[in-house]
Design a protein around this ligand. Sequence first.
Ligand SMILES: [Zn+2]
Ligand SMILES: [Zn+2]
Length: 314
Amino acid sequence: MRLRTGLLLLLLSAAGVWFYGYPGSGDRVEIRPNEQCVRLYRHVTGEVQTLPLEEYVTGVVAAEMPALFPVEALKAQAVAARTYVLRRVYAGGVANNPHPGVDVCDDPRHSQAYLSRRELKRRWGLFNYYRYYYRIRRAVGDTAGLVIVYQGQLIDPVYHASCGGRTENAADIWKFDVPYLKSVPCPYDANPRPVEVRSFTLAELVQALLPEAVAAASGGNFEIALVKTTSTGRPKEVAVNGTLLPATAVRERLGLKSARFTWKVEGDRVLFTTVGYGHGVGLCQYGAKGMAEHGYDFRAILEHYYSGVQIVKY
Ligand SMILES: [Zn+2]
Ligand SMILES: [Zn+2]
């Protein structure tokens, strides 16, 4: 029985070689002469891997977007992922890179998520792996070498899961203006669970949102007021017991899905309702899914979310 399972696995991995033209089934990847490579820092192992660009892009798309999203959405994600890393490769390690000497890492808070083929097999299981990896690999291959530029320069193609109906201006969220990261409508946002409600006690909120000394002096008192909104109407700044806080800090400290939130006091609890998932700037992944389902191709999707850009061969 064990022998038969072994034989089946052997046949499947042979099929894998045939499908993808890659040797073996582990993390070892051949690098051809003069191939564009990416230096990737892996957080779990602490090692630096050198990967062919398109192999890296495939691992990012697989980690950042559900494999069964429409092909045009996967292609848009592939072009964004490739642009993101090449901008860093050419900059030779941008100024705020937390890992000097490498181009990117695999932590989505620092960079883009990435999963190797071995990790994807574990996540998806062997049978889905062959279906899903092939799908993503093809989306990457169909856009090979394509990048997004603004006035001839590679852009910083930030993206998020779901904007909730309208994306945000970079200037409203991060305090710096980026000409191609402007608020645009997102009419087809296909997020299946756009709204989330979280309930907190007053004590939990005071403790999470205020510095210790201020929290101690509040005597259990809690007041929250909207001070400023972004141009699209999401909160930008709130006052908690008189202390000013950016909405992004409230989101972070309460672990909310987005900073597009409203609240309602009910007795000694406060209900926070969020719409969307993520910072809301740049490409909206569920919006890309919706646009693809409505017949838009990856170029139209990217040109919609990144204002005034062009898609070119790098
Ligand atoms: Zn990192
Ligand atoms: Zn959206």
